[in-house]
Write a protein that binds this ligand. Structure first.
Ligand SMILES: [Zn+2]
Length: 269
């Protein structure tokens, strides 16, 4: 596993991460697809925000330190303030329904609160966001300037939310698509029912089957994301490699019944 050091563009937010420290030990992968490069968690010290550049876009993955980023009403001024402290522009966020509907956003702040689990844009300044606890947040960018974001829990994965988001980007002119996977629950903490596990394996192969740390059948969400990206021809350029259930710096419904949500936001300056 290779740890990449992403460049910080001139004028980037002071939230941008310091240079990465030594890479963490790679976890064994049970999937057929090799894991993407890891960002580790060493660059989260200080602000808590994991900040990366993905192609021409900026990505922020928040954690517990930044507070609850969920606001179903869209008018909570405390949450609005938290969001703006992470990305100082109006956010286009989604009312997530664990499906595969993708919103196309062409104005900053447009579509806020729309029902869906993916969003794409070719417009500079549009900040696309998803809110997660244990589900996988995936940010996408292409050199052509198209960006995207997806909320991928197991139901959304089976529904094809990754593939639909990349297809929507290509419809806007994206050619090569790079992706970054944020903090999500990992297999060692994600005991999973056999029937549901079969449904995910039917779509993404046996590499999604894993075991919890105490030997129960488990779903490997990152492996499913990697396979979905592979099938649609997108490159996993960065992986936060953080388990939300293990990490005390993140919200987790499965581990702690947290109602709060961390955010993933991407925009092209
Ligand atoms: Zn864990």
């Amino acid at each position: 596993m290779v740890v990449i050091q992403l460049p910080t563009p001139p004028g980037a937010s002071p939230l941008a991460a310091p240079p990465l420290a030594a890479p963490p030990l790679a976890a064994p992968s049970l999937g057929a697809t090799p894991p993407g490069p890891s960002l580790g968690d060493a660059d989260r010290s200080g602000t808590g925000v994991l900040a990366i550049a993905l192609g021409p876009a900026m990505v922020r993955f928040t954690g517990r330190l930044e507070g609850d980023m969920a606001d179903p009403t869209g008018i909570d001024r405390v949450v609005q303030g938290r969001r703006l402290s992470v990305a100082t522009r109006p956010w286009s966020w989604l009312t997530q329904v664990h499906g595969s509907t993708v919103a196309v956003i062409d104005t900053p702040g447009g579509g806020a609160g729309m029902a869906g689990d993916g969003a794409v844009s070719a417009t500079p300044g549009v900040a696309l966001a998803v809110l997660t606890a244990d589900c996988a947040p995936v940010a996408f960018a292409s050199p052509e300037g198209v960006v995207g974001v997806a909320h991928a829990g197991w139901r959304g994965l089976v529904a094809g939310v990754i593939e639909e988001t990349v297809a929507a980007m290509r419809a806007l002119g994206a050619r090569s698509v790079s992706a970054a996977l944020g903090p999500c629950i990992h297999a060692e903490c994600y005991a999973f029912g056999p029937a549901d596990l079969d449904a995910v394996a039917a779509r993404y192969g046996s590499g999604v089957r894993s075991e919890t740390s105490d030997g129960q059948p488990a779903l490997d969400i990152p492996a499913a994301v990697r396979q979905a990206l592979h099938q649609v021809g997108a490159d996993l350029e960065a992986d936060a490699d953080v388990c939300t259930a293990c990490s005390t710096e993140h919200w987790s419904w499965r581990a702690r019944h947290d109602e709060a949500r961390q955010a993933t936001v991407i925009w092209r300056p």
